[in-house]
Design a protein around this ligand. Structure first.
Ligand code: HEC
Length: 162
């Protein structure tokens, strides 16, 4: 008797939970993990910061970066075409992909630190190592310029360049 009574209640609860998690997946975004905290492990950070981007920041390299971001690199899937972390796959990730329009984030990071994450990934997040599986090292340096340009300050700098 008790069993028969409990069953529908359990079913009802299960349905409620499923509905809630579906709503979560489609309607709301997870938060970013603090973007101002470094991602490169302390023992490798100095070396990473010293790495120089071998490619110049200019309209040509940024245009190449955009083509990679929205094409071969598949970055837009998570980071979104807007660069805000709202791509179709990014919406369901927790923590959320980096919002590249955040100038405070760019100020905190050297190119070499971004390169390190593209190459090694950010453990415990959806950001997996993408060199050499998706892109080459040179393409990563080019992509970094495009990601910088999502920040208004860098976009202004770019406008003034030839
Ligand atoms: C499968 C989803 C996914 C794809 C595809 C992806 N990213 Fe990410 N990316 C993330 C997530 C999630 C984070 C946030 C990681 C964190 O908070 O530590 C992130 C963070 C980053 C960061 C910030 C690193 C830092 O120092 O905080 C850079 C740079 C980056 N991605 C570059 C790229 C580039 C370039 C591509 C394409 C070649 C790419 N990502 C493709 C999910 C993705």
């Amino acid at each position: 008797m008790m069993r028969n009574l409990l069953r529908p209640i359990c079913l009802f609860t299960a349905t409620l939970f499923m509905g809630a998690s579906l709503a979560f997946a489609t309607d709301s975004f997870a938060a970013e993990k603090n973007p101002l905290k470094p991602r490169v492990p302390a023992d490798q950070r100095r070396a990473a910061k010293k790495m120089k981007n071998p490619i110049a920041f200019n309209k040509e390299s940024v245009a190449k970066g955009k083509a990679l971001f929205e094409g071969k690199g598949t970055c837009f899937n998570c980071h979104g075409k807007s660069g805000k972390g709202d791509g179709p796959a990014g919406k369901v990730l927790n923590p959320s992909p980096r919002d590249f329009s955040n100038c405070k984030f760019h100020k905190k990071r050297k190119d070499g630190e971004l390169f390190w994450v593209i190459k090694n990934g950010s453990p415990g997040t959806g950001m997996v190592p993408l060199i050499p599986s998706a892109i080459t090292e040179e393409e990563a340096w080019t992509l970094i310029h495009y990601e910088r340009a999502f920040c208004k300050k860098w976009a202004k700098k770019l406008k003034k360049l030839k």
